[in-house]
Design a binder for this molecule. Structure first.
Ligand code: AKG
Ligand code: FE2
Length: 212
């Protein structure tokens, strides 16, 4: 079984080489177990329709994305277990890559069968302090014929599909937020993930920019 440090080393290495990392977290890792337990406690009403863009221009556009989300909060002990795991990744990347990551925010996302998230980038250059995106999949026994892949596109040629990631339980994708266009393809089964973003600190007068 690989240690968490070895996994974080691999992610740092991949990010240094290509800005993108696809790794598997050990299925027995306490952080994953906590998320499985948390997911089992949800009922439908705990998830809200996701919006797009910054608070000022926040819109709910069902033509672009059809997932339902729930933000993680450290006051929930199960959610805190995962948040502190990601805090460990943040510290590891800061010490190895000097990325200056300051905070992390993430939400559960539930894609019902047929739901999608059209091609987008998570951050526009110079326009945001989201610098590193993470997506973790929570789908036990996912079969490739269910679809629901994360499609990743080339950093220069945004029409060029470079790879498709199957949303298997424990797969963690990490990538530079303003570099990689990506898209969630529809699935035939309910699909669960956690999408998250590490931010750098560009707060002014105690106001973190941008707000959610
Ligand atoms: O769930 C995924 O595979 C990716 C989700 C995503 O791109 C996002 O929420 O920004
Ligand atoms: Fe995204």
């Amino acid at each position: 079984m690989q240690s968490t440090d070895e996994l974080f080393d691999r992610i740092a290495h991949d990010l240094r080489v290509s800005g993108l990392s696809i790794q598997a977290i050990d299925k027995n890792a306490p952080a994953l177990q906590a998320l499985t337990q948390r997911l089992a406690l949800f009922s439908d009403g705990d998830f809200a329709t996701a919006g797009i863009g910054r608070q000022t221009e926040h819109t709910q556009n069902s033509e672009i994305r059809r997932d339902k989300i729930h933000w993680l909060d450290s006051s929930d002990p199960l959610e805190e277990t995962f948040l502190s795991y990601m805090d460990g990744l943040k510290n590891h990347l800061n010490s190895q890559l000097f990325m200056g990551l300051f905070s992390y925010e993430c939400h559960f996302a539930h894609y019902e069968p047929g739901a999608f998230y059209k091609k987008h980038v998570d951050a526009f250059k110079g326009n945001t302090n989201r610098v590193l995106s993470t997506v973790l999949y929570l789908n036990q026994d996912w079969q490739s014929e269910y679809g629901g892949e994360l499609a990743l596109y080339d950093t220069h040629d945004h029409e060029l599909l470079t790879q498709k990631v199957t949303p298997h339980f424990g797969t963690l994708v990490t990538f530079l937020s303003d570099e990689f266009p990506h898209e969630v393809l529809p699935a035939t089964q309910p699909r669960y993930s956690i999408a998250g973003w590490f931010r750098v600190n560009s707060s002014v007068n105690g106001q973190v920019d941008p707000p959610r």
